[in-house]
Design a protein around this ligand. Structure first.
Ligand code: BGC
Ligand code: BGC
Length: 839
């Protein structure tokens, strides 16, 4: 069983949003304080007239259809035909035919099917071509074979706006090859707290880099405003996201609250928007996050007064994944407040139908004015016309479409490889051990050495970037393979050994290790300690050093993390971020060429400050206080003195206390957790298996993978009894619930569960969510270990407040039931996923 990320049980985040507003800051912006801008696109009266004429022919149902976007996993072409939906998206886990390996041809065919439906004028409808959006956030990352560029954090280290322009343009071409015309990029967040799971989506903690990149990114994707290249068939619509303040949330919590002044919101978090708007970005995505306690999707002053009126944005605002449901008083399927605040197209992936129906009702009742609806539709139609969609014909007939050779085009891969070279930051080079001699004997070790999924990070083929295999990357090169190629070509010897064992003693070892892939909130962590409870990489480095082998550490990560122990143990240390498909770029810089010369020096400079201790977060340039370990802008070159005195190894906090996403594992409840047994309303707490008590259930230790690593629960007493895992402090799993996260248990069913068996959570006094699963469990194989899961969403639908779980997992059943359980926690992968209601 794979259990995701690290728990988000941040006690400090338990306060209700309304209590959070510091001082007298409010969430109402003052538009006059913001830059006054105008759309850079020359006025086009003919186009505007065409928009008005079309609008005047549309029924209210057609108009509402335009402002609704569903996900391809939940919308069929027939739905588009019937509801006249204006757009679909492919979410991180959504693919044609539900297959993440779907080919370019399948994507084009799917785009055609939706397009045809949108153009079907049967029943007197207007033909309005649909927009198909996707997260091409480091290349066209959902497609097998596409070029995977380094994640944005690495590109920030490159400090090279022209490189960014070329990357954006190459990404647009690969999108076009699959019939798609809209990407949810660039991310203009300025991440200020690296505990945020999306830190790698941001180019820098410093607004200057984000501002420098915004224009070339938008121009690379869309083409240059007022030129023939603008939204031409090699270009796509770009989305500046997430407006506004996503990178400034308290404690780096994803979808959290930015408790910052309006000035900081504008000058820090907002720095990328004026240049993106001046470059003519056509879409802006509203942020999940809040500003001083108010959800951005409900913030009219920022969405409408500032963005649209003051800053002259005349494209459309798209919502984020069911973010509307987080506005107080809204649900995913009912949220006039977000429309009225200024969201033009709502991203309602699986909830579009209910949302469509209530929105129609609100327009009919006047709760959403016709004027507001017309404005939203006008903006969407304007962008569709600017993009030439009405003339473009079927996606498959457009230039580039179906040209699968463009995915991973050698030119794009060469560009990505250059980007990798430019993104590497050298933190230490003791005794000038780098560059390495390619004629030497090089051992390449570490679990990141030959793993393209790991070097690519989240948003790679799947949302979290997990569960991938080498064959998923047909046109890509691992870091190991890049080193081996160059070493062997020079007559040296290269050996791959993930665990660092060798038979012939190497001259040097390159150890590639780091964070495993994650996306969004699943990457949120409680401190910037690197893998606080797992020192395997450190031990590997130390062992090689003890054997007298010099070690070059190549660190893969989505953010700077506290790795002082690993840095001390290594001779050289390279921050390689998440380089993507072109691992060869690492070898280009680490190795001399065959003539013994340096072909590529390090040029990367930190675009984020590197922490001095695991407790040092946030840490940012110009922040004052304890200086970082390596400052913003740091980065060694060859020829410079790369020697470092030993760094402080005091983590600054108790690493063992950092909570994991498991409530029970290795034969015991997690630190601070308790197991509660309850029969007839008389709870008892059990510390060890075998404890005697009188709660209707016996608990004994049994073996799964290790001795006594599981507990067996036998329901003995008549009537209902339950087991419950009680958290030390209420857990906030609201973000996990909104995603695809599951309650996962590794279990062995030892007696057929009664139909009344239920899983439940508790959220304080008289608050619970209970889901009957007995009938589904009874169909699973008995007497074998497997993981069984239930989506967290099911508990929310059953009435639980997922923001404050006192018991995030419990099972109730009747006499005769018997289960052995070795792990309980939350995660995204399971052998069996149960449905909320018995099918
Ligand atoms: C993310 C966005 C993304 C969207 C569509 C959301 O969860 O916050 O960045 O564009 O999903 O996949
Ligand atoms: C989708 C992502 C989305 C996320 C939001 C996932 O299921 O695939 O695109 O960003 O949910 O929580």
């Amino acid at each position: 069983m794979v259990i995701g990320g690290v728990a988000s049980a941040a006690a400090a985040a338990q306060q209700p949003e309304s209590d959070r507003v510091p001082g007298n800051e409010t969430a109402r912006a003052h538009p006059e304080l913001w830059p006054a801008l105008q759309s850079p696109l020359a006025p086009d009266p003919a186009l505007e007239r065409r928009v008005r004429q079309l609008l005047s022919r549309m029924t209210v149902e057609e108009k509402v259809g335009q402002v609704v976007q569903g996900d391809i996993a939940s919308v069929t072409p027939d739905d588009v035909r019937k509801y006249r939906l204006g757009s679909v998206l492919a979410g991180g886990n959504s693919d044609p035919g539900n297959d993440y390996r779907a080919t370019a041809a399948q994507w084009v065919a799917l785009a055609d099917a939706y397009y045809d439906a949108s153009m079907d004028i049967g029943g007197g409808h207007n033909a309005i071509p649909l927009l198909f959006g996707i997260d091409a956030v480091h290349g066209h990352n959902n497609l097998v074979g596409a070029t995977l560029f380094p994640h944005n954090i690495g590109l920030g280290a490159a400090r090279d706006p022209e490189l960014l322009r070329e990357i954006a343009a190459a990404t647009a071409v690969e999108l076009r090859a699959t019939g798609l015309d809209w990407t949810f990029a660039p991310t203009l967040a300025v991440p200020r707290d690296d505990r945020w799971g999306r830190t790698y989506e941001g180019y820098s903690e410093h607004p200057e880099i984000v501002a420098l990149y915004a224009e070339p990114l938008v121009e690379g994707l869309q083409g240059k405003a007022n030129s023939r290249s603008f939204l031409s068939p090699e270009h796509v619509i770009a989305t500046a996201k997430h407006f506004l303040g996503d990178g400034g949330t308290y404690e780096g919590r994803d979808q959290g609250d930015a408790r910052i002044s309006e000035q900081e919101l504008r000058d820090m978090q907002g720095a990328g928007y004026p240049p993106a708007l001046k470059a003519g970005v056509q879409a802006v995505m509203a942020s999940f996050s809040s500003w001083n306690g108010t959800r951005m999707h409900g913030n009219e002053s920022l969405l409408t007064e500032v963005l649209k009126k003051r800053m002259g944005f005349d494209g459309f605002v798209v919502g984020d994944w069911n973010a509307q449901g987080q506005i107080p008083g809204c649900t995913n399927t009912d949220c006039p407040a977000a429309v009225n605040a200024g969201v033009d197209m709502m991203m309602t992936p699986d909830t579009w139908k209910g949302y469509y129906e209530t929105t129609l009702k609100h327009v009919q009742s006047g709760r959403i004015s016709m004027q507001r609806l017309d404005d939203a539709v006008t903006r969407i139609l304007r962008v569709k016309m600017r993009a030439g969609l009405f003339e473009a014909g079927r996606p498959s007939r457009r230039p580039l479409a179906g040209n699968a050779a463009l995915l991973g085009d050698p030119k794009h891969r060469a560009l990505a490889r250059r980007a990798v070279r430019e993104s590497l930051v050298l933190l230490k080079n003791q005794g000038g051990i780098l560059p390495l001699d390619p004629k030497a004997s090089v051992l390449v070790a570490g679990d990141g050495a030959d793993d393209i999924g790991k070097q690519s990070g989240g948003w790679t083929l799947t949302w979290q970037g997990t569960g991938l295999k080498a064959s998923d990357f047909p046109r890509a090169q691992s870091i190991w393979s890049g080193i081996a190629e160059q070493v062997r070509a020079a007559g040296g010897k290269a050996t791959l050994s993930v665990d660092g064992k060798y038979s012939a003693r190497p001259d040097v070892a390159v150890v590639v290790f780091g964070e495993d892939p994650y996306a969004e909130f699943q990457g949120d962590i409680k401190s910037v300690a690197y893998k606080p409870n797992n020192t395997a990489d450190l031990e590997l480095i130390k062992r090689l050093k003890q054997e007298g082998i010099p070690v070059v550490a190549v660190f893969l990560s989505g953010r700077p993390l506290w790795v002082n122990r690993e840095i001390n143990a290594s001779d050289a240390f390279v921050a390689a971020w998440l380089p993507g498909s072109e691992g060869g770029g690492v070898a280009d810089v680490l190795l001399r060429d065959r003539q013994g010369k340096v072909a590529h020096d390090f040029t990367g400079k930190l675009s984020y400050s590197w922490p001095r201790s695991a407790a040092q977060s946030p840490v940012n340039a110009g922040q004052g206080g304890t200086p970082p370990q390596f400052a913003y802008g740091y980065g060694l070159k060859y020829g410079q003195d790369g020697n470092l005195a030993a760094l402080d190894e005091d983590p600054g906090l108790d690493l063992s206390a950092l909570q994991s996403a498991r409530y029970f594992e290795k034969g015991g409840v997690a630190k601070g957790w308790r197991l509660r047994l309850d029969h007839a309303g008389a709870p008892v707490y059990v510390e060890r298996a075998g404890d005697t008590h009188d709660a209707g259930i016996t608990v004994v230790a049994v073996d799964h993978k290790a001795q006594e690593d599981a507990w067996r629960y036998a329901w003995k007493a008549p009537g209902i009894s339950s087991i419950a895992f009680v958290a030390p402090e209420p857990l906030d799993l609201s973000r996990e619930t909104n995603g695809d996260v599951l309650l996962v248990m590794t279990m062995r069913i030892e007696a057929t569960p009664a139909a009344d068996t239920a899983l439940f959570v508790e959220c304080g006094d008289k608050c619970a969510g209970r889901v009957a699963v007995g009938a589904q469990l009874a169909k699973l194989p008995a007497n074998q270990w497997m993981s069984v899961a239930l989506p967290l969403k099911c508990f929310a639908s059953a009435g639980a407040n997922m923001a404050s779980l006192t018991v995030p997992a419990g099972i109730e059943s009747l006499q005769g039931n018997q289960l052995a359980i070795s792990e309980v926690g939350y995660g995204t992968v399971s052998d069996h996923v149960l449905a909320c209601e018995a099918p």
